[in-house]
Design a binder for this molecule. Sequence first.
Ligand code: GDP
Length: 201
Amino acid sequence: MTICYSTTHFVTSVTHSNQFPEDIGREVAFAGRSNSGKSSVVNAICGQKKLARISKIPGRTQAINFFQVTDERRLVDLPGYGYAKVPDSIRRQWRKLLEHYLSHRQSLRGIMLVMDIRHPLNEFDQQMLEWCSYYEFSATILLNKADKLNRGQVRHTIDAVQQKLADKSIGVYAFSATQKSGLIDAYRVLNRWLWEEEAIS
Ligand code: GDP
């Protein structure tokens, strides 16, 4: 199945729980610490330079941004956590919005957790993984900026991250938004979450 992510476009920015777009179809959310390269990863996946730049617009940094791939398939950019300059009150607000999203969203099929391969599994990533486990969401880790390490270091980091994970079913892949490497693995996961038939239990 060839799926085209290149026509993905911005739909809306949400800062309050009453603003979410209709909860139909399926979506995949991207989470990550700010500066992990989350926006660059979304842009690389969609083959666009400016798509996720919307998340950098003041006021939208704290928002959950929705992008439409096709009619009922969406990519969702969650607020970059760990942003140092944010006051506690705003941080609490994000957390509330995020928790509301994660606990209510029926169409959410999986979380792509973007990490800087040089600093994986920080406390924010751990928190996100705990939420994934609690809400029973599938998760995949993209270790971005793999171009910063050599092949051996990349392999070693993937193994080390896999070993530390409590949930061994979580996929861990090297990615480089700059070099556009790791795209095949990312598409395989996204296509599965967004399009494949679900097992009827
Ligand atoms: P965000 O805050 O997580 O959305 O991160 P950005 O996408 O804005 O990227 C943060 C910085 O990391 C920018 O300077 C990017 O150019 C850089 N960056 C993002 N992805 C990569 C990558 O794969 N390799 C390298 N070397 N730099 C990257």
